[in-house]
Unconditional design. Structure first.
Length: 298
């Protein structure tokens, strides 16, 4: 890419919506953040994210997508596709909504294997309706056995000062994100800005965390009573050479584990120890417990 790039890194529970009719056009993606009571909602530069208030936002300042990026969608192998419309009245089921321009690339660098046996059918609203099965809701063309926990939208931009999250409703102002560019590097000679958006738990999750987060997502769809059983989800991160350009492995850490690491930072500093020990070379970022999942509606 012959311009600096912006990576918008979504951590946790999000619903990405784009109508089938829009797949061939430069239409914006609607990103819904479900209202999960135990989640923290933040956005900003890595380690400097601040609260994302419950509102509707729009990302401004990026360039139009490349001509070959018009049909970019979430990777099918790592995400659940729901061929159902979302409910017109979501009310308090949604905490916030982001309007995202069509990106040049979409990647899911961290995902987890979740077999169909871990799903369930939630209690039907109308017992008289015909019963459906998990297989009915998860045909092979819509679900290939994995759920994403990090999704990255990659854009190009001309001027870093143009990048902002504008608040649409209630109108006025925006999120206090001040983009900071890193680089240039041999990998990205024009530099990179990374915007992190979290919808995740800040403390260690329990068996109900994944279930609650997933069920909150599927509540946004019409006639889609799919739920997740009480379970933990072990997410795996792609190798370094397969991560989106400009995204460091450390930036993909689960929020609850990162909170523990920041506590470790304080102890190291207080005891006068080497801060380079904060991230040890022997530590990996695979198989992290993650109770959050991403879902894609098309």
């Amino acid at each position: 890419m012959n311009a600096p790039i912006l990576n918008v890194i979504f951590h946790g529970t999000f619903v990405f919506c784009k109508k089938k009719a829009d797949q061939v056009a430069n239409q914006w993606m609607h990103v819904y953040i479900p209202a999960v009571a135990t989640h923290l909602f933040t956005a900003g530069n890595w380690l400097g994210e601040t609260e994302l208030e419950g509102a509707e936002y729009r990302l401004d300042g990026v360039l139009p997508p490349r001509s070959d990026a018009k049909s970019v969608i979430l990777p099918m192998k790592e995400n659940l596709v729901v061929n159902k419309p979302h409910k017109t009245e979501v009310g308090d089921k949604v905490y916030a909504k982001l309007l995202m321009p069509p990106p040049d690339l979409i990647g899911t660098p961290r995902s987890a294997a979740v077999p169909k046996t871990r799903f369930r059918i939630k209690d039907p609203i109308d017992p008289a309706t015909p019963q459906i099965s998990v297989d009915d809701l998860l045909p092979p063309e819509n679900y290939q056995g994995r759920l994403g926990s990090i999704t990255v939208f990659t854009y190009r931009f001309a001027d870093v000062s143009d990048l902002r999250l504008v608040r649409l409703t209630p109108p006025g102002g925006g999120h206090p994100w001040i983009p900071v560019a890193s680089g240039p590097t041999s990998e990205q000679p024009f530099g990179t800005v990374n915007l992190h958006v979290f919808s995740a738990h800040e403390v260690e999750d329990d068996l109900e965390e994944a279930q609650t987060a997933f069920d909150k997502m599927t509540e946004l769809f019409q006639d889609f009573p799919l739920g997740l059983n009480r379970t933990t989800i072990e997410a795996e991160l792609l190798p370094n050479d397969q991560l989106p350009k400009g995204v460091a492995r450390e930036e993909c850490e689960d929020l609850s584990l990162r909170t523990q690491r920041m506590a470790k930072l304080g102890r190291l500093r207080k005891n006068g120890l080497d801060l380079n020990n904060l991230w040890l070379a022997s530590e990996g970022f695979n198989s992290e417990p993650s109770g959050c999942t991403c879902c894609f509606c098309c």
